[in-house]
Design a protein around this ligand. Structure first.
Ligand code: GDP
Length: 476
């Protein structure tokens, strides 16, 4: 149990009709009462709202200290104060919310008097961390609160809300429960080691392992869709100089102007542009040079293209329909394809050639490339088949969605924990098949349980926790 009483601004730091300061901890009522003129907050019922004033130095406090300047009491703001008694609160601790007139200056002054009277500033994510520490929510739920706050579209809001309701934790804890039962049996065998008994049916254990593996795999697979929802799908547009890359980019972005934004890549030094198609976000990788027509002379090296494509889930390769020879394009595509890369070959400038040429060109690509791809014929200048290209992009995400079966993983930490779990569960499977000693089997089982427990936070160390909660903003 944490005995400090913490306070922080819960609303965005800026001007608004109302700002809210949140206070949580054992002494919340006592501290706020010292600066509140209105009802005695230590006597009011839980979940009630009270009108009054926040003041710097209440009269009775000053009478106690026989302060000569007792009349210089300063009213900071007219407020509404909500009182919540433990344990039915967000943090499970006594909590108060002060709604004030939304000026950052007033907010800062109220925090100042709260701190003067015994509260301390909350650290980033500390309210949510307390909710977790006090057992009100598990770790994946805490993380989904961060996701919910950060959600920018409908799909990611729904996924985060589903997790907040305990989606992943439930699925995982059912699996973990089954595995735990087996582990107990195996450990019981250890207690009876001399008698050479087998309480845990190895065949049933393998059956369970297979079920767990299938479940873990489907959760791991859902990450691709989860990632597409949360971070958008990365698309690389590649082609020889003059293939029509910048013209296509401009055409794609022109229609979407209202929602197009430039974001500086945070983890790498590339510029990405975001394209929204049917509610899904597509990140166009490294378009820095593309929009700048000055750059069109610069030949794109295979190495540079590879780097771009390595970050992408979809490659849109552009080849100009009026080219004499496609062998260079084909070689380029051959050197870029990978198994997990969706390939779209776009024949550009189709307004410049007769339609009878299209099939011959497509066949050249089909004959040379032994990998499936979509072939789309476009004219960016005449805006022909641009919608078809967009449909193709959005159907990529739709297909991912069709593959996932309910709970969607969006969180990198969960993804990694699931992968580690899958690995350790597979180790258990091997241990059984190799008839390994019961001690080692028990060890592998405990290992797998631990990894599964990492997701809901049943097994975590302080470093992991600190890392998770530091990503929250203060006041959350
Ligand atoms: P990039 O070097 O791949 O970015 O190619 P650009 O987009 O700069 O295009 C090269 C040239 O092809 C420019 O003169 C464009 O106007 C022209 N171009 C691009 N797309 C089309 C198209 O769909 N039809 C026609 N006729 N010309 C195009």
């Amino acid at each position: 149990m944490n005995h400090d009483t913490i306070c922080a601004l819960a609303t965005a730091n800026g001007v608004g009709a109302i700002g809210i300061i949140r206070v949580s901890g054992e002494k919340s009522f006592e501290i706020v009462n010292k600066v509140f003129e209105g009802k005695n907050l230590e006597k009011v019922k839980s979940h009630t709202v009270h009108y009054g004033f926040i003041v710097d130095g209440k009269e009775e406090e000053r009478e106690k200290t026989r302060d000569e300047d007792a009349n210089n009491k300063e009213i900071i703001d007219e407020v509404m104060v909500s009182v919540f008694h433990a344990p039915k609160t967000f943090t499970t601790e006594n909590s108060v919310e002060i709604s004030f007139h939304g000026s950052p200056h007033i907010g800062a002054k109220i925090l100042e008097v709260l701190i003067k009277n015994g509260a301390r500033m909350a650290k980033a994510g500390e309210f949510t961390m307390r909710a977790f520490m006090n057992g009100r929510i598990d770790l994946s739920q805490a993380e989904s609160i961060a996701d919910l706050i950060a959600s920018e579209n409908e799909a990611s809001r729904k996924v985060a809300l589903n997790q907040l309701k305990g989606g992943i934790s439930q699925e995982i804890s059912v699996l973990r429960g089954d595995l735990l039962n087996f582990t107990s049996l195996i450990e019981l065998e250890l207690d009876f080691a001399e008698e050479d008994v087998e309480f845990a049916d190895r065949k049933a254990l393998v059956g369970l392992i297979k079920r767990i593996q299938a479940k873990l795999k489907s959760l791991i697979d859902s990450f691709q869709y989860g990632n597409a929802i949360k971070n958008g799908t990365a698309v690389a547009i590649i082609g020889k100089p003059n293939a029509g890359k910048s013209t296509l980019l401009n055409t794609l972005l022109k229609e979407e102007r209202a929602i197009v934004s430039n974001i500086a890549g945070t983890t790498r030094d590339t510029i990405e542009e975001i394209l929204h198609i049917k509610g899904h976000a597509f990140r166009l990788i490294d378009t820095a040079g593309l929009r700048d027509t000055e750059d069109e002379i610069e030949a794109i090296g295979v190495q540079k293209a590879r780097e771009k494509v390595s970050q992408a889930e979809i490659l849109v390769y552009l080849a100009a329909a009026n080219s004499e020879d496609f062998s260079e394009d084909i070689r380029m595509v051959q050197s870029l394809v990978r198994e997990d890369l969706e390939l779209i070959i776009c024949l550009t400038k189709i307004d410049e050639v007769v339609p009878t040429a299209f099939d011959t060109i497509e066949n050249q690509f089909r004959d040379a490339l032994h990998t499936p791809f979509d072939f789309i014929k476009i004219s960016a200048i005449e805006n022909r088949n641009i919608q078809e290209l967009k449909n193709e992009l959005s159907s990529y995400v739709e297909n991912l969605k069709a593959q996932e079966g309910g709970v969607v993983i969006t969180n990198q930490r969960h993804y990694e924990a699931l992968q580690k779990s899958l690995y350790s569960v597979t180790q258990v499977e091997e241990a059984v098949s190799q008839n390994i000693t019961t001690e080692l089997l028990a060890y592998e089982l405990r290992n797998a349980l631990e990894h599964l427990g990492e997701i809901s936070g049943e097994f975590t160390n302080d470093e992991v926790l600190g890392n998770i909660f530091s990503k929250f903003c203060i006041g959350k």
